[in-house]
Design a protein around this ligand. Structure first.
Ligand code: NAD
Ligand code: UFG
Length: 347
């Protein structure tokens, strides 16, 4: 059972979403242990978390596939809940290296489950993704919309959800929450932590930020002939701090409910690429040069969530709007043009 004094293990906690979650957990009074192999993050993010919160956390540098490291963490700590972010997330790379993605994401989760089974901890929040839904989607996407991911990354997320569902069916003591994130963007309002992709960003918002700060020359807009209000792709962008807070609500929910649940975490609003460019220009005062190019293979015209279940069951709603997402992303990017040093240089 988790309460505000509980100890939470955060896998992948040095990463983008994980570091924002650590801030929220520490501020709510939880004890936090992070396990991360730093394959896509720097320890500096956790230093910043401690600076923001003025509270310490415990960091273990290890791969979640390392059974002995995980067993040691569970043996030496009384862990009440696990929030599981550790995973690889680049859609294109997953198509090129599927075995790497299945090993890291699925095998990593199995090792985590094994270590949890050897301990008394049966509470798990899992980072799933809107990418598990079938494309083209029926909008808005509810948790009951048909699934059917179109790439190995998405399939790894859906397979993990299925493994977790089987686990909770076999043992009713498990309390599992799968959170399907829509498009997490923005940064902590302090400007001390934010998204720091390695190499040229695959995703829209970090690409726009890096153009604004002068690390990239222009944005390529992938198609303006979609059936959307201005022809560019529409997505449900959600502020990373709102997203992080959704995890605390999921922990509260699991304290009262056994079994497995699935919730969409989004705002329910769809914004186009051009809406995002304009909002970022307004927040930063910088003009974003762009060129419209071919559609990106695999992209869907529009995707946004029905957030009714999260509102009704978790008592959670996103609070920040697109303006705040852009303002906070810009504060982070302009104060830390090179991020934490994970990312690559100019094209
Ligand atoms: P991120 O890459 O910033 O964070 C993931 C962290 O996990 C990194 O710090 C990385 O070093 C660590 N990691 C990866 N494999 C590991 C392993 N085997 N052992 C230990 N640590 C490992 O990504 P993020 O954006 O913070 O995403 C967190 C989670 O949310 C991921 O599981 C991702 O698939 C999921 N998700 C992200 C998005 C998004 O757009 N950012 C959308 C939907 C779902
Ligand atoms: N886009 C551009 N130019 C870019 C990058 C993106 O025009 O340089 C467009 C895309 O075509 C799309 C929109 O911006 O219309 C958003 O693209 P993102 O890559 O930012 O986001 P996606 O919705 O394609 O995918 C993201 C993550 C997935 C995750 C999904 C749902 O990459 O891993 O959100 O959470 F599954």
């Amino acid at each position: 059972m988790t309460t505000a004094r509980s100890t939470v293990l955060v896998t992948g906690g040095a990463g983008y979403i994980g570091s924002h979650l650590c801030v929220e957990l520490l501020q709510a009074g939880f004890q936090v242990i992070v396990v991360d192999n730093l394959c896509n993050a720097r320890y500096k993010s956790l230093d910043a978390v401690e600076r923001i919160t003025q509270k310490p956390l415990t960091f273990v540098e290890a791969d979640i596939r390392d059974e002995s490291a995980l067993t040691r963490i569970f043996r030496t700590n009384d862990i009440d809940a696990v929030i599981h972010f550790a995973g690889l997330k680049a859609v294109g790379e997953s198509t090129e290296q599927p075995a790497l993605y299945y090993d890291n994401n699925i095998n990593g989760t199995l090792k985590l489950i094994e270590a949890m089974q050897q301990s008394a901890c049966r509470t798990l929040v899992f980072s799933s993704s809107a990418t598990v839904y079938r494309s083209p989607p029926e909008l808005p996407l509810t948790e009951d919309s048909p699934t059917g991911p179109s790439n190995p990354y998405g399939r790894s997320k859906l397979m993990i959800e299925e493994i977790l569902r089987d686990l909770s069916a076999a043992d009713p003591d498990w309390r599992i929450s799968a959170l399907r994130y829509f498009n997490p963007v923005g940064a902590h309002p302090s400007g001390e932590i934010g998204e720091d992709p390695a190499g040229p960003p695959n995703n829209l918002m970090p690409f726009i930020s890096q153009v604004a700060v002068g690390r990239r020359t222009k944005l390529h807009i992938f198609g303006n002939d979609y059936d959307t209000h201005d022809g560019t792709g529409v997505r449900d962008y959600i502020h990373v701090v709102d997203l992080a807070r959704g995890h605390l609500k999921a922990l509260d929910y699991l304290a009262e409910h056994c079994g497995m649940t699935v919730h969409n975490l989004g705002t329910g609003n769809g914004y186009s690429v051009l809406d995002a460019v304009r909002a970022f220009e307004a927040a930063s005062g910088v003009t974003i040069p762009y060129e419209v190019v071919e559609r990106r293979p695999g992209d869907t015209a529009a995707s946004y969530a029905d957030v009714g279940r999260a509102r009704d069951e978790l008592g959670w709603c996103a609070e920040y709007d697109l303006e705040a997402m852009c303002a906070d992303a810009w504060r982070w990017q302009s104060r830390h043009p090179e991020g934490f040093g994970v990312g690559g240089e100019d094209e």
